[in-house]
Design a protein around this ligand. Structure first.
Ligand code: 3PG
Ligand code: MG
Length: 400
């Protein structure tokens, strides 16, 4: 992989830097600026070199055309505050405003262009369309720095084709993400525990498949746990269930036993009468969810308090821990207990603790934890999972 230090002197040169500034927004207000903060090191480095820094990113999944709620304007403003320097925002991506802004840049200036995904070519399935769009982006730079770790698993114009059109290198965030994730795949300190949650078991099958031979413990929470309970023959009421994955889960349980991997499923569940912050709730045994007051209508929305204690003990007792996916519907305070207990336990791990991006990264910050309480908080949800699945990441491959 080519590094920043492989690039020639950047003084006065235009550098296009692909960041992942895809932050959660609530009515235009940024609720977790973690990805912006994580992008600062590379941007500052480029500014200090005297480069003219053209920042590009996507935000959300707009439908290939401008949609105001997905504008990067609030992100550009926050970036300016964090950099403590003026950041110019261009309200188009490759149009006349972007062109004028780049032309007017001085050494050390920073411009943010509008959301790449306002252009359908960015995510097009047609490589020619993507290349054409990337060619227009390439006109803004003498060099390209790829630093959007959260999006390196996507073969998209600004991630893949653009890197082929300009002399390019990986940025500081990508380097540090890979350094940590490599420690999870090459001789991790043991015991090694992986904690998986989140709603869909189908999102996690590949990672379970690839990690089973390498881990000592697999802890399962979140909506995905119910398919595992069903695989063990238990009824799960009205909880999330992917019936077509029951057999696969059963097979994983069998393989785990063969390999001597301890699979830890919750023994108790916090069930509710409906999905909502004000739902009635009750703790029930995970083996008899339908015997709760809500009967077959019971919806499991968090792991139970006894399981939270067990999960925490298993985590603290490990030397390497990777966690992806909330244990319950942490957005509702009533169902945040399991996720909070797991996050708290990760802060007490004496070895390496890694929070894998997306929802889990947002969860720990929203629940009030500080980044420095963890070994590493990845900025990539899908990207870090695909890395651990052993897949090749197009945005990394293309960097040589
Ligand atoms: C993410 O948040 O997962 C990354 O920013 C990539 O976005 P995407 O999943 O919409 O491609
Ligand atoms: Mg994603």
């Amino acid at each position: 992989m080519r590094h920043l230090s492989d690039l020639p002197p950047l003084d006065g040169k235009r550098v296009v830097v692909r960041c992942d500034l895809n932050v959660p927004l609530d009515n235009g207000r940024i609720t977790d600026d973690g990805r912006i903060v994580a992008s600062l090191a590379t941007i500052r480095y480029l500014v200090d070199q005297g480069a003219k820094v053209v920042v590009i990113s996507h935000l959300g999944r707009p439908d290939g055309k401008p949609e105001p709620e997905f504008s990067l304007a609030p992100v550009a403003e926050r970036l300016g505050q964090l950099l403590n320097q003026e950041v110019f925002f261009a309200s188009d991506t490759i149009g006349s405003e972007a062109q004028g802004a780049v032309k007017a840049m001085d050494r050390g200036a920073v411009v943010v262009l509008e959301n790449l995904r306002f252009n359908s070519a960015e995510t097009s399935k047609d490589p020619d369309e993507r290349r054409q769009f990337a060619t227009q982006l390439a006109e803004f730079g003498d060099f390209f720095v790829s630093d959007g770790f959260g999006v390196v698993h996507r073969k998209q114009a600004s991630v893949y084709e653009l890197a082929q059109l300009l002399p390019s290198a990986a940025g500081i965030l990508i380097e540090s993400e890979l350094r940590v994730l490599n420690r999870l795949t090459s001789s991790p300190e043991r015991p090694y525990a992986v904690v998986l949650g989140g709603s869909k078991v189908s999102d996690k099958l590949a990672v379970i498949d690839n990690l089973l031979p390498h881990v000592n413990k697999l802890l399962i929470g979140g909506g995905m746990l119910f398919t595992f309970l069903a695989a063990k023959g238990f009824k799960v009421g009205a909880s999330l269930l992917e019936s077509d994955q029951i057999e696969t889960c059963r097979e994983y349980l069998r393989r785990a036993e063969e390999l001597g991997v301890k699979v830890i499923l919750p023994t108790d569940i916090l069930v509710a009468n409906k999905f909502g912050a004000d739902a009635d709730s009750e703790v029930t045994s995970s083996t008899s969810i339908e015997s709760s007051a809500f009967g077959a209508a019971a919806i499991g929305l968090d792991i139970g308090p006894q399981s939270a204690v067990t999960f925490a003990e298993e985590i603290v007792d490990s030397k390497t821990v990777f966690w992806n996916g909330p244990m319950g519907v942490f957005e509702f305070e009533k169902f945040a207990g399991g996720t909070r207990a797991v996050a708290e336990a990760l802060t007490k791990v004496s070895g390496l603790s890694v929070v894998g991006g997306g929802d889990s990264a947002a969860a720990v910050r929203i629940l009030g934890f500080e980044d420095n309480q963890f070994g590493h908080i990845s900025t990539g949800g899908g990207a870090s999972l695909e890395f651990l699945e052993g897949k090749s990441l197009p945005g990394i491959e293309v960097l040589g």
